[in-house]
Unconditional design. Sequence first.
Length: 395
Amino acid sequence: MARGVTVLSIALGLLVAVLLLPSLSDLVSLLRIPARRSARTHTGPPAPPRFLFLVPAHNEELLLLPCLESLQRLRYPSDRVETVVIADNCSDRTADIARAAGAQCLVRTAPSDPGKPQAIAWAVSQLRGRDYDALVIVDADTVVDRDFAAQLAAGAPLAHKALQPYNGVSNRTENALTRMAAVLSGATHGLAYVLKTRAGVNVPLSAGMCIGSRVLATHGWTASSLSEDWELYALLTERGVSIDGVPGARIYAQEAATLKASASQRRRWTAGKMTVLAEHAWPIIRSRHTGVAQKLDGVAELTAPGPIVLLCIVVLAVTVALLLRPPGFGWLAAALLATLLRPVIYTVTALGRDPEPIRAIGAFAFLPLYAVWRLCIAVTTIPTLSSRAWIRTER
């Protein structure tokens, strides 16, 4: 019995160490900012960068047109922008809608090799030789701000780095679920990622990622997992490619408004991130192209659960510590609770920035039910780890 509780103390201590990594990385980032600010230089590009917007779409006839219309409304020189849609294994009118909207459309028919990253890899090979400074991947169910391209262009020269825009929620006011998603997105893209960029550590990639032409030429598109954005983030970080956040460049996605509609999406994201963690954490640690701060932050990002799942893990672990009382259980419980400080600070700050803070706070009354659901989703993710199917979120 004594050996059992000692093992439990060690296990909880290891859990604390892993869960504290994001907070430790943020502290290191704060210490790095003053030195980087004094060394920063600004150089203006000779001409606006050329963007190739790539829109991967699988049966997206419902939301594709608003996406393409938002790209057409960009306040940016039209001769510096090209839009290409990938109609991947579609059985609806996706290709027809793309062509009618004036976009070039590449039709891919490969039922034995489905998946968004596979579709992107195929399109990149088809578009080899095009003249552009950066490739921007815009999901077919998103829309962009009119200044989206101009904000990305402010980070020029772009060829040798990657950029990540702010991911917002287009249906923020629909219900409590979408309001919570908007607040948490603001905490991530409007706060945590801003700190990373100022400290010179990489921002994880997601919708709207912008990849420099020389980055693609040198490293290619090799991502093939369920979460191609996490995989690409890990690969570029390991190879020393910079990924900056651009909070002024905003792209909005329609958040699933029901738990049922969100389930497959969350399982895919969780499974993809777990796969990337298993395959890329050690290569990042041993990489010769990254410094200690980047290694710490990269591993912290890959191991960190989302804020809701973190809350569930901490509650369960603290309960176990208090019930079984292993050696040092008081300190362990306090340390576990301390891991919540970082997401609480970010979330409270994001709530204060929300356009309707009172309603946003009210939405968090749904949090207990949502937290239990998210924990169940995380637990039931394991069977999907080997899947690469492109599962379209129910609308």
